[in-house]
Ligand binder design. Structure first.
Ligand code: G3I
Length: 451
């Protein structure tokens, strides 16, 4: 989709604000016990990394939509995914995540603009002058496409070496453009989307050490010279060789004291049970203790899709069950009640009939697309459900299956055809074919009601 097209789409989506607000309200009303709502009570976001190819999995989408208030595309906004050949931008997978987040009222973190990894070979082979142009073009292309839609961008990622030297990491940018590439990237980024917070993001900078001291010196220098930087991301990938540092909070605070926000951007902690839970609680408490720590993102929804293959570093296990770490995070965020307690609204056994509706675009052929809405029953069995889908004004539905629609203007209300009865937690869904008629915007899915 072109930049212009995406802006048109955004305008179309803006016309659906009422429907989106309904979704967001439902999100928070039913979410007294979720990570996102508990974090919001502390003035923070609680996000997760998301992979576009899992959005069609009902349990993945249901857990994501229920628990999180911000998403970071795990790979879909990286250079190899978005500009695989020079000047040709491909946004399909990233757009799917952004559209999904917007229909659910979630914010989006952008990751990442300038990074030595997942970099197409055409970039590495450029000479200095061409590379500078390509870097700035890439920043402008991505940030222009998502202008106004990203709360924070990781402008530069992992530019410092591990170890005691505090030196810059060798990369095409460092080696050909020198130290100044980071400053140039931030200046270009500010002009491209003045509303986005601009972050430097790195790992092994979570405690006070030579690497974090080097980043600290850079941020201090940027602030003193007016180089536009708003935030520092602390990835926070922890395991037994790299545990949560004892001076984690102190390190976040010293960066905040420079006049930047701090964010925990890729949190995962290897382990299990109460030890893992205690480590997670420590991280959350550190963020809450630093007023400029504006939010936390865990690096994935479920252990089964973690980049640490074979590891169990996240809050939900492979079957989307809440782990002890989940309860510890929720509790540290001041969340109310035990989410597994039958006495809590929305939890199994409370007698409340409920359902959630999540939308995914399952196919796209340019002039049209197929949409799928997954309906998932809450903690009680249900015998029927109703979901609303609001289409952008230009679009028209040419076919619908596994549901019975009624229409009011461009709002489609769908009830079951044969698939009304669902066990607690079970899913079904309906699909539909849409003619775009010039608008590529995503439909907005409203509240699901159950009986
Ligand atoms: O999509 C291809 C697939 O087509 C192919 O068949 C398959 C075969 O290997 O590879 C798939 O791509 C993989 C991609 O993840 C999507 O799953 C890449 O090989 C794999 O290298 C890539 O790993 C990502 C990694 O960054 C790359 O550096 C992880 O998912 C992602 O979690 C990880 O995230 C990074 C942050 O961006 C920066 N900080 C560290 C963090 C963890 O490494």
């Amino acid at each position: 989709m072109s930049v212009t097209m995406r802006r048109l789409s955004r305008a179309a989506i803006a016309g659906l604000v009422a429907a989106a607000a309904l979704t967001a309200a439902a999100h928070s009303a039913e979410a007294a016990d979720t990570l996102g709502s508990a974090a919001a009570g502390q003035g923070r976001y609680f996000g997760t990394a998301v992979a576009a190819n899992h959005l069609g999995e009902a349990d993945y989408a249901a857990t994501l939509d229920r628990e999180f208030s911000s998403v970071t595309p795990e790979n879909e906004m990286k250079w190899d995914a978005t500009e695989p050949s020079r000047g040709t931008f491909t946004f399909g997978s990233a757009d799917r995540i952004v559209d999904h987040a917007q229909t659910q009222g979630m914010d989006v973190r952008g990751h990442t603009l300038v990074w030595h990894s997942q970099l197409p070979s055409w970039v590495s082979s450029l000479g200095a002058s061409d590379l500078r142009t390509a870097m700035n073009d890439h920043i402008n292309g991505l940030m222009g496409h998502y202008k106004g839609e990203i709360h924070s961008w990781d402008v530069v990622n992992e530019a410092f070496q591990d170890g005691g030297s505090g030196a810059r990491r060798s990369s095409p940018f460092q080696d050909k453009l020198g130290n100044g590439f980071i400053e140039e990237a931030f200046r270009t980024a500010r002009a491209a989307d003045p509303a986005a917070k601009l972050c430097y993001n790195d790992y092994n900078t979570d405690g006070v050490n030579a690497k974090s001291n080097a980043v600290y010196a850079m941020v201090k220098d940027f602030k003193s010279r007016g180089v536009p930087i708003d935030c520092v991301g602390f990835q926070s990938h922890f395991n037994s060789n790299s545990p949560v540092p004892s001076d984690y909070r102190q390190n976040l605070q010293r960066f905040a004291d420079l006049g930047v926000d701090v964010q925990i951007t890729e949190l995962d902690i290897e382990g299990s049970g109460s030890a893992q839970a205690a480590d997670y609680a420590e991280v959350v408490e550190a963020c809450l203790a630093v007023s400029r720590c504006t939010g936390m993102t865990v690096w994935g929804v479920t252990d089964k899709y973690s980049w640490r293959s074979g590891g169990t570093p996240l809050l939900f296990d492979g079957d989307y069950n809440e782990k002890p770490a989940y309860g510890a995070v929720l509790s540290a965020l001041g969340g109310s009640g035990d989410p597994g307690d039958p006495g809590d609204p929305g939890d199994p056994g409370d007698g409340t009939l409920s359902c959630t509706a999540t939308y995914t675009r399952t196919a796209d052929w340019g002039s049209g697309y197929n949409g799928q809405v997954t309906i998932t029953a809450g903690g009680e069995p249900i015998s029927s459900w109703t979901a609303t889908v609001t289409l952008p004004a230009q679009q028209s539905v040419s076919a619908l299956w596994n549901g019975t629609p009624t229409w009011s203007g461009n709002v489609m209300t769908v009830r079951p055809s044969w698939n009304g009865t669902l066990a607690a937690g079970a899913s079904t869904g309906f699909g539909f074919t849409v003619a775009k008629n010039g608008s590529d915007a995503a439909p907005a899915v409203g509240t699901c009601t159950a009986s």
